[in-house]
Design a binder for this molecule. Structure first.
Ligand code: ARG
Ligand code: ASP
Length: 726
């Protein structure tokens, strides 16, 4: 017996020692101001030829000034003194799609502006530069102390923190710098704070994009897959007013002359060479506890996988039947499929690498350390977290089901529901007021029923979504209005949905026009789509409120847990979870072995595009012109020494969603590619970095240049860039 005890104890201690180890090689999404103290030596040992101030310099322009937030959730790299920005095709997709129609199908055919006046403006799209990054932990903590409520949530509140940021820089500064915004973000669960001074340019124009058969080659089958053969890039230009300040679109705007742009290397690289990426990773969870790992797998990921599988199957059937639907739904389909496959990869890694055990060991290490340090708060924090995850289980499942199956799955849940003022106006006699209200209702209707909406597709999918939702959620936990399905429609979901699409004001432009002609307040108030959507939103609000009660306790305990881990590993550099702030990751260009006796190289070529070609499958069609260039081996200066044309590469860098479009640089800080994906075996790296498995997938800059130059003939763009040949 005693023996067993000692064996057990040794095993536990060994595990604890092992998992309490510092970050694994190549793990980490590092903050730029800390490079010098944290990572520079290791980066140099791996081959970096630059100094820290070449990458990040608070006083002068440095590499970081050539990296931008592209739109809401991607990264871009500035590559010319005239504000040219490279990002991914899938990041520019919304813009390319917005300019596309059946007549000008830029998604299918690609688009290239041959003069600057042909560059296409994109309302709503912006590019953000980060001018300054500052550690403001001491300042924020001092301010937080003024709040006497120990359970105040100010320590994570964006509103509170951004007010502090404004206070810190002063109104005067913001007035003097148009387009500048400041924000303070919490790191390590609210144990540290950084302030970012950002400059946001709202005039960003589309310059060029390859056809989807190149930019999205392999589409959903190849998404999250290495070896990859996608030319996932697009080209934009940032415009500013004549003083170089951010300005809304105007014909008088001029190309922005940025502080810094990147040099581009076409020298190539070898396996093992140093590579680094600067970008804006969105979200990681490497401070999850074991209970959250299980929650993620069994609720979040499981619901998403189940619901999206059903939704996508139905959507794809419709897309394949009709070109118009294909254009309308391509973006919705791609984004749905993207997170779906990510969830599959995430669950694969959680199980295969037993993340629960990894996290349990981490917790055990902290408990042991906390005991020694006489710090019971860490054990309390863990007990709280365990309890919260267990208590919120049911609510969380309902919330995920509602979000995935109903709010995302049923598009008509976004019909205008804010109709009280229209109803009120219609009940009155004031014609002016009625007109104003009706015109705003009409705008809201067109925002919902936009050019990418097909009621037929929505009707079909709604039936499937509603049926699955009702199968898994007991009636008493459904939104109130669902009672109608049981009472009036005797539980017949299909009948219910068909009826909605027949009678609702918002079901078609014809129905809406009829309503506009004879507007009746009663019809609007009692419209079934409005009532359905309202009821769903009410349920979401109720679920969010109930979950919020756990959220505060969670956040307070999480902060203590992370604080404990930081203290326990105080001798080692730690990286904070991604939070859409600028980070650097470094590693090597390197292939990997997905399974026994199998090795994937680090570089793909055009040969692989031709191997995958399948003219009968839309995902793998190769454009004729690309085949001609391939046949002639006409690769200009961009080909490899052995005569092949490089397409993509992979590296051990630690990236996540949001890193798409991020510039990938060599040891000299020269651009060698654009990050656009990871392998699905590596997405678990959002929770635990997997050195043998995780790879960033990158389009080779030589393929990008070859496509711009040889394929599109947009040679002027190439002339604008700084290309290093030797
Ligand atoms: N998986 C990549 C990233 O997460 C690229 C997605 C775009 N491509 C696609 N077929 N959905 O976002
Ligand atoms: N494709 C992702 C993005 O869009 C990158 C990733 O998840 O690796 O940001």
């Amino acid at each position: 017996m005693k023996e067993l005890y000692w064996i057990k104890r040794t095993v536990v201690l060994l595990c604890v020692a092992f998992w309490a180890l510092p970050a694994k090689a190549d793990e980490g999404m590092w903050l730029l101001p800390l490079l010098r103290s944290q990572q520079l030596d290791e980066m140099k040992a791996l081959g970096l030829k630059l100094q820290d101030y070449d990458i990040y310099n608070p006083e002068n322009a440095s590499l970081k000034d050539a990296v931008v937030i592209f739109g809401g959730g991607c990264t871009g790299g500035v590559v010319s003194s005239d504000g040219l920005v490279l990002t991914n095709h899938h990041c520019g997709y919304g813009a390319i799609q917005a300019h596309s129609s059946v007549e000008h199908d830029y998604l299918t055919d690609g688009f290239w502006a041959t003069t600057r006046s042909q560059e296409l403006p994109n309302p709503g799209l912006s590019v953000t530069f980060i001018d300054q990054i500052e550690d403001v932990t001491t300042f924020v903590k001092k301010e937080l102390k003024k709040d006497k409520n120990p359970n105040s949530m100010n320590f994570l509140s964006p509103k509170y923190l951004n007010n502090l940021a404004k206070q810190k820089v002063g109104e005067k500064f913001l007035k003097a710098n148009p387009g500048t915004q400041v924000e303070i973000k919490p790191f390590f669960g609210g144990n540290q704070y950084y302030m970012f001074v950002k400059k946001i340019y709202p005039d960003v124009r589309l310059v060029g994009a390859p056809p989807s058969s190149i930019g999205k080659f392999g589409a959903d089958t190849d998404n999250w897959i290495w070896p990859r053969h996608t030319g996932d890039f697009s080209v934009f230009r940032v415009y500013a007013d004549k003083n170089g300040n951010p300005a809304e679109y105007s014909e008088n705007n001029v190309p922005l002359h940025p502080k810094r742009w990147m040099k581009i290397s076409i020298k190539g690289f070898n396996e093992g060479d140093f590579a680094m990426i600067i970008g804006f990773p969105g979200r990681t969870n490497h401070y999850y506890t074991s209970w959250e790992v299980a929650e993620r797998r069994d609720i979040d990921n499981a619901v998403r996988i189940n619901i999206r599988e059903l939704r996508q199957k139905a959507m794809l059937e419709e897309m394949l039947k009709d070109l118009k639907v294909r254009i309308q739904y391509s973006s919705k389909y791609a984004s749905s499929e993207n997170a779906y496959k990510n969830s599959i990869g995430s669950n694969w890694a959680i199980n295969k690498r037993d993340f629960e055990a990894v996290k349990r060991a981490e917790q055990a290490a902290l408990l042991a350390w906390g005991k020694e340090a006489n710090a019971p708060q860490y054990e309390n924090a863990l007990l709280t977290l365990e309890q919260i995850v267990s208590d919120r289980k049911d609510l969380r499942f309902r919330k995920w089901m509602l979000e995935e199956a109903i709010l995302r799955g049923i598009e008509f849940t976004s019909v205008p529901t804010d109709v009280d003022s229209v109803v009120k106006a219609l009940k009155g006699k004031d014609m002016k007021c009625i007109q104003a209200q009706m015109s705003s209702l009409s705008n809201a209707f067109h925002r919902f029923f936009d050019k990418n909406y097909s009621p037929d597709v929505d009707r079909k999918i709604s039936k499937i979504m509603l049926a699955e939702y009702r199968r898994l959620i007991p009636s008493r936990s459904c939104p109130e209005y669902f009672d109608i399905i049981d009472t009036k429609y005797k539980g017949n979901v299909n009948h219910f949905i068909d009826e909605l699409f027949k009678i609702s004001i918002f079901a078609s432009p014809e129905n809406f026009a009829r309503f506009v002609e004879h507007p009746s307040p009663k019809a609007l108030e009692e419209d079934p789509m409005v009532l359905f959507a309202r009821s769903v939103k009410k349920e979401r609000k109720a679920l969010n409120e109930s979950l919020q009660e756990f959220e505060d306790g969670y956040s307070l305990a999480h902060r203590i847990y992370v604080e404990g881990l930081l203290k326990m590993r105080a001798d080692e550099p730690q990286w904070p979870d991604a939070n859409s702030t600028m980070r650097l990751t470094y590693g090597q260009v390197k292939g990997y072995s997905p399974r026994d006796c199998d090795y994937y190289g680090c570089q793909t070529t055009l040969d692989g595009v031709m191997e995958k070609e399948d003219s009968t499958n839309w995902e793998f069609v190769v454009p004729k012109r690309l085949k001609e260039l391939y046949a002639k081996q006409d690769f200009g200066p961009f080909g490899l020494n052995d005569g092949k044309m490089p397409v993509a590469l992979c590296a051990t860098t630690h990236t996540t969603g949001g890193n798409s479009g991020s510039p990938v640089m060599n040891a000299n800080g020269e651009l060698i590619g654009l990050n656009f994906d990871r392998n699905w075996e590596g997405v678990g790296g959002d929770i635990e970095y997997l050195p043998e498995y995780q790879r960033s997938i990158i389009v080779d800059i030589r393929y990008v240049l070859f496509l711009i130059d040889k394929y599109a003939g947009a040679t002027d763009l190439i002339k604008e860039m700084d290309i290093v040949l030797k």
